[in-house]
Design a protein around this ligand. Sequence first.
Ligand SMILES: Nc1ncnc2c1ncn2[C@@H]1O[C@H](COP(=O)(O)OP(=O)(O)OP(=O)(O)O)[C@@H](O)[C@H]1O
Ligand SMILES: [Mg+2]
Length: 293
Amino acid sequence: MAHDTDVVAEAEREAGIEVGEETARPVPLPAREPIDRSGQPLLSVQYVTRQIDGQTIIDNVSFNVWPGEIFGIMGMSGSGKTTLLRLLIGLDRPDSGEILFKGESITELSEDELNRVRKSMGMCFQYSALFDSMTVAENVGFAVRNRRDLSQDQRRRRVAELLDMVEMEGTEDRMPADLSGGMRKRVSIARALMEEPELVLYDEPSSGLDPIMACNISGLIKKVSTDTGSTAIIVSHDVPNLLGICDRILMLHDQKVQMIGTPDELREDDTPVVHRFVHGLGTADMTEHCSMR
Ligand SMILES: Nc1ncnc2c1ncn2[C@@H]1O[C@H](COP(=O)(O)OP(=O)(O)OP(=O)(O)O)[C@@H](O)[C@H]1O
Ligand SMILES: [Mg+2]
């Protein structure tokens, strides 16, 4: 009797699919230039503290992100990653400390001034946050809906270009409710890129996706960042994908920065919480199975 693998191979041959060693090899991601950290950081977070309902969520956090960098922020659920991201784009303000974007402090800016700064930023929210009553094209083009300097045709072309970039070409007229989780993520990435931002912030871009789609989305983020030269900040607890695409990663724990380093530095770090997080080890009873990793 034929093994399952023989049956699959036979079916693939009949369908004209060749899965030899050559075709199975993944296409390499674009090569990245080394990041120049000698100039002004694109984003500088200095001694930032945020309290909510009397509880400290972010405590004296400082770090810099340089132009072109893919910067990861990881930490356990509830460690304050989304809170930090909201501070970075001025959706929330720190209780103390300062956040500078291209050398300009954004902590004291008025809402109007913040809107000017936010034009250089694209945000991809944790739950995709698409408008369910709008088509894919309307969602992607939302940020430029009132811009008079863009003709309808230019807008349509830009939307098509972005959908092509995230491999969602031809989906302009579909509604978000008809899309899978991975497709919604792709649309929200396209939407974040609409105004050609210098900085794109992604909150949990791979959460809720299967491991293959999570890997595809991470690869897409790396490709888009490298192709456009934009800077990316990715908040996630998807350790393998963060390690796979980031230039540097910050680990947030106990409201503080536990470590900032390259993926290799994180893999080798022996601070207990960093080691456990990076290698997926538990802390409670009955987590022996994790020590096999
Ligand atoms: N508006 C708010 N009101 C009260 N508490 C809040 C608010 N926003 C955040 N918090 C609290 O701040 C802490 C950090 O929340 P945050 O959403 O930033 O975590 P996270 O690291 O993004 O978690 P996850 O990985 O689950 O998305 C949590 O304890 C949360 O309950
Ligand atoms: Mg979050």
